[in-house]
Structure formats: structure tokens, C-alpha cells
Design a protein around this ligand. Sequence first.
Ligand code: PLP
Length: 455
Amino acid sequence: MAPAAVPQQSNILHRVLADKPHHAVSSSGINIHLANLHNVIDAAGGASVAVLGHTQPSVIEALTKQMTDISYVYSGAGYSSNSAEELASLILSEKPGGLCKAIFVCSGSEAMECALKLARQYHCERGDMKRIHYISRKNSYHGNTLGALGVSGHPGRRAIYEDMLSKNVSFVEPCYVYRGKKEGEDDKAYLERLTAGIEEEFQRVGADKVAAFVAETVSGASLGCATAVSGYFKAVREVCNKYGALMILDEVMCGMGKTGTLHAWQQEGITGPDIQTVAKALGGGFVPIGGVLMNQKVVDALASGTGILQHGHTYQAHPGACAAAAEVQKIIKRDNLMQNVMEQGKLLEKLLKETVLPLKIVGDVRGRGLYWGVELVSDKETKRPFDRGMAVSSKVGASAMALGLGVLPTPGAGSEAPVDILIVSPPYVVTEQDVRSIVGILKAAIEDITRTLED
Ligand code: PLP
């Protein structure tokens, strides 16, 4: 087969303007085929999105059927559709953690905007107008729109927008064992220190002003799949309950099955958040979709107040998007994919720890299920990161790409801790052979870049 024709000049403004994009033309299973005939194993599902891989005929069928039946209705005008109702009941019929209603939007950032406003409205409906402050965590990432970026504690991403972002947000230390835990400190002492920090922040801003505490259950693009120490979210829940603030968990990246349970918080020993955001794995990349899930407490406040949600988007609960996402969720259930996430996740963890962690520039490997972060360091002993601007993770990403593997590099340039992380979050349908190939190529790519650093 001859390489596919690629336009000489792209009229799309790509993220790195000088880079030539990888021009994707087709796919099969978890592989992306490029115009130059290069084949790439999509081991991060793009940005942790394509959790069923790239070819699922029944998703296309469900989408086509819905688009044939009714392609668009405006939820703001009071419409709903079979697919939106089906998607909501697939996720919420068992009321996980008390979550009972959903709002479907088009992305993770939109979901976060909606969640933040919903928390504010919750308090206002109860006559509590003072609660305008959000407590989030340093080095976090919750989206790129101004509201979502406002609660993102990632200095690099905030930098040029700082003056445009809300001043009613403050940031506490994240739970980040690899760098946050002090020498000799055990998990219990670390947890106590973090909890005391949250408690102090509530006191500092005035506990009666806090609308919500915002956190990712497992930190994704910010801290590379950093899991919390046991008891952390239980402690967060207790502080929120004590002061009447809502707990918002951002599961845009870590949610809908990545960690081996549909919701990452289900492994944290809590009943559930008040508000949760989801996206990425919700639609598996077949359609742009995000969601906000909430518990009865939030619904009751709205119902007993104005009864009107003060937020909305034109494409909210888009029938086509909901139909495709509903099919994705049905496949995850039908094929018992959480079992595969757990099983292949164990193998991925074992292989990463056995073969990648010992490498000279790998400082840490952490994660859960099929959601893993590999942190690169210039000195393993001292955990010294690579100098800002070296973008070693991007270089490893490029080397992996050349070897036929797509991972997600997150060079933390500009962040407080300029960490270099590679995210490996392969689709839920991976086989043992896929996992072995992924780790083998990743190892080769890291070794390749290590050699160039030594030259
Ligand atoms: N929240 C988290 C935790 C994310 O990782 C992301 C994106 O990576 C977002 C929010 C924003 O989602 P989107 O890019 O779909 O707007």
C-alpha cells in the first residue's frame, strides 16, 4: 500500500506550531495507522481517552441509529432523548455513592465549569451567599477554560492568564507520595500533615466562605497518576462535612474505569463525593462528551430553591454523543472490562516495576489499574528533576513514537515541581501480549534517550 496523501500545508494551528503533526488515517483495535504507513500502539488512548481502542462497530451503529432517529434537541428548551436517559441510567441506576443525577456536556473543562457553578448554586439556593471560595491543590489540573483553570494549581498552565483567574481560590499541598512525603515520615504522619494543611486552609479563608474542596481522585496530567495514601479522601470528606463545604472529585481523567473500578473514589473508602466530573472514558473518544454527577443533597437544594439549573450549554446532552457513550458503557459492562483492567493492570504494574523502574532516569512508577505514571529524574538518589526546558519526557515520547508506541508525556515545564512524567493508560481491551509490547517499547525508548543524555 502506498502512503496516503497528506496536505503540504496545514491550516490547523497545531499545539507546537513548528511540529509536523502525525497524520492519522485509519485504525484497527488499539493501533493508529499514520499516513506514512507507520503503525502506533495507542498505549495512552490519546490523552487517556480511547479506552476501547479505535474500532468498535456497535458504537458507530448506535451513533448512526440515534442520528437517524433524532440528531439534536436543545435541553435548555426542555427536551430529552432516549440516549441521554439511557446513558444516565447506565451510570446512575445503582446510585453509586448516592450519585443520582447527571448533566452531560461536551468536555472535561465544561464539566468542571458546571461543577464549580453547581456548588455555588447549591449554597445560594440554601440562602448561603457567602460561600464563594474554592480550595484546590497545588500543581493540579482541572481544565483549560478560565473557571477550570482558576482551580488548577499548575503554575505553568496558569502563568499568562494569572490576572484573569478567580482570586477566590487557594491551594493546599497535593497528596504526592514520591515528592511530598518527608524523609522518614510514614503514611499516617503524612496523612495527618496533609489533613492539618486542609483544616488550616479552611480556617485561614474562613470555613463559612468555602463552597467546595476540589481534587482529582488520582492525579492525572498534573502529577502523573499519583495515588493518595490510604485515608486521605476520608479525611477530606470529614473536613468538608464539618464545615458544610461540598466535595468535588474530578474524575475526568482517572474515572469511568481506568483504575479498575468505574469510579476511582470507590477504592478510597468513602461513600462518594457530592459532585463528580467525568469525561474522556465516558465516550471513549468516539464522541466529545463529559458529565457532571451529583448526589441527592445537591438535587434537593436546587429543587427546594429556584428549581432552575443556572448553567447550560447549547450541545448539552447531545443525543448522538449520549448514544455513542451509552454503547461504550454497555460494552464495558457486557465484556466485564473492569476485570481485564484489574488483570492486565497487575501485569502492567509488575512489568513497569521490574523493567522500567530500575532504569537510570526513572525515579518512580505509580498508578492503579491501567492508569500508570512513570516519573523521570536526572538523579534517582536525590530525586532531582531534569532542568526545566529539557522536556525529557517529550523526547522519550518522540522516541517511543518512532518505535511505534504512543504514550502521553507531560513535561511539567513551568510548574513548581518541574516533573517529567509519561502516562501509560492503555485501552481496557489490551491483551497480555499488548502489555508486554508496550512495556518493552517504552523501556527501549527510555534507554534510547538516556544514551543521548549521556553523549
Ligand atoms: N480535568 C482533568 C483531571 C483533566 O485531566 C482534564 C484534561 O486532561 C480536564 C479536566 C479537562 O478536560 P478537557 O480537556 O476535556 O476539557
